[in-house]
Write a protein that binds this ligand. Structure first.
Ligand SMILES: [Zn+2]
Ligand SMILES: [Zn+2]
Length: 475
């Protein structure tokens, strides 16, 4: 183990990659690229934990390696607005104090966070257009539009004198994403043709065979499923899935229902989406108070809390603790979301509670009510075919996902596949890419508003008892 302050900055003739978070776990992404004495940060996210099972609100990667060399940071580029990519900005920016670059939708959500943290006048966000090209210190950056489960997901193409890196961020190949453009295939093909040194790529669904599916196909199905029910229908989904919110608004209208947003994060996301020109062509959502006056069969409730998070909407409704909304016998709840690893127990508790109330529960295991935002194996193969990089580095996954992704990249004839983990210093160029060192990669937690250092064993998902299914799932 190398003490962080003893690691020299990479020289003009060197290019290194160093993930401090998100490689070996799903969440709290923090990636560093070093070149010509400077560092580029890609993403700064958190991992959420349920307060009922764990005392901390959020967990993030310990940035001390990079905050100790704050003067050498050129900037922070954010790929997209999911919490595991931007959530730590308000907590850690004070230690980094670097310029932030993001596309408009992401920038408006980060600006809200900085405002709440009292950092508006200090932190500078440079809004970059989709497909934008700009320089950050010695790194020449190009954004490539992808599809995911939130508007404006970007791959970050990093060009240096030593070669081009494609850092994919989170993505899938959705031919009909409903909100925003489809994947910029042409840009990816051209980048591949001009030569890619390394692809640093999303591993979340590397165990899933086939393709992730399209938001467009899902819309048709959700309209039909909602049409089956006569009483109240509640749908649990992620607030940030703007295409899904649009789908639910349309499904409500086609089924003679009013769509209601229940949960503060949904309203915040709705405002940010409208500010950026999304969700402007659908009927306005109602508040829970307005819904209270409507017959039960004329309401479609869109709720947070599909992961069983104790303080979010669905668990509060299920426990009879929501001030405005109740569910009862004959109502239905659709879980239009995936299970984030680690949340299995709280989700099961929530579903059992609902079933005990006499509420019909529909999940993605039983019916087609959700599509993932991450690439399944066929999509990963397609990406390697477009980019044909010299080096593949799987990131954004637990160890089993990284292993499966590494094997797939080898099958795709990538000459050098590096299976790495948080804290590994990877020399990408010159010479053969390899791990040249390891720095400490700790975690910080927020407890009662204060950042605290966590012991490595203080985090439940590192317990040896947690098993990851190694089989590749066919669907
Ligand atoms: Zn994401
Ligand atoms: Zn992510």
């Amino acid at each position: 183990m190398i003490e962080p302050h003893t690691v020299p900055n990479p020289g003009v003739d060197e290019l290194v990659f160093l993930p401090l978070g998100g490689t070996g776990e799903i969440g709290m992404n923090l990636n560093l690229y070093g070149h010509a004495g400077k560092w580029l940060i890609v993403d700064l996210g958190v991992m959420f934990r349920d307060k009922s099972s764990f005392e901390l609100d959020v967990i993030m990667a310990d940035p001390s390696f990079i905050s100790e060399r704050r003067d050498d940071i050129s900037g922070l580029v954010l790929t997209h607005a999911h919490e595991d990519h931007i959530g730590a900005v308000p907590y850690l920016w004070g230690q980094l104090r670097c310029p932030i670059y993001a596309t408009p939708f992401t920038a408006s959500l980060v600006a809200r966070k900085l405002r709440e943290a009292g950092l508006t006048n200090k932190a500078k966000i440079t809004e970059v257009p989709m497909s934008g090209k700009f320089n950050v210190g010695p790194f020449s950056i190009e954004l490539v539009t992808l599809t995911h489960s939130i508007p404006e997901p970007n791959a970050v193409v990093i060009r240096t004198s030593l070669g081009t890196v494609v850092h994919t961020g989170d993505w899938k190949l959705d031919p009909d994403p409903l909100v925003g453009p489809s994947v910029d295939e042409e840009a990816l093909i051209n980048i591949g043709k001009s030569g890619v040194l390394a692809a640093v790529c999303d591993s979340t669904n590397a165990l899933v065979e086939g393709r992730s599916g399209s938001e467009g196909d899902l819309r048709r199905n959700l309209v039909n499923i909602i049409g089956r029910f006569e009483q109240r229908v509640a749908v649990g989904c992620f607030a940030s899935n703007v295409a899904r919110l649009e789908t639910l608004a349309i499904a409500a209208e086609l089924n003679g229902r009013y769509a209601v947003l229940v949960g503060r994060s949904l309203w915040r996301m709705y405002d940010a989406a409208r500010e950026n020109g999304y969700l402007t062509d659908i009927p306005k959502f109602l508040t829970p108070k307005e819904a209270g006056y409507l017959p039960r069969g004329e309401v479609l409730l869109i709720c947070t809390g599909s992961q069983g998070e104790a303080r979010a909407t669905l668990p509060r409704i299920a426990a009879g603790r929501h001030p405005e909304i109740t569910l009862e016998k004959g109502d239905a709840t659709i879980f239009s979301s995936r299970i984030i690893p680690g949340n299995e127990e709280s989700i099961e508790q929530l579903q059992t509670r609902l079933i005990k109330l006499g509420v019909k529960v529909v999940t993605a295991d039983q019916e087609f009510v959700h599509v993932s935002g991450h690439p399944a194996r066929e999509e990963l193969r397609q990406m390697y075919e477009w980019l044909h990089p010299q080096i593949a580095i799987p990131v954004h996954g637990e160890h089993a996902h990284l292993d499966a992704h590494a094997m797939l990249a080898r099958d795709c004839q990538v000459p050098n596949v590096l299976r790495i983990q948080n804290g590994n210093i990877v020399k990408l160029a010159p010479g053969r890419a390899r791990i040249i060192g390891q720095v400490r990669s700790g975690r910080l937690g927020v407890e009662r508003g204060q950042l605290t250092q966590l012991r490595p064993d203080a985090v439940p998902f590192h317990k040896k008892t947690r098993k990851v299914d190694m089989r590749i799932i066919s669907k």
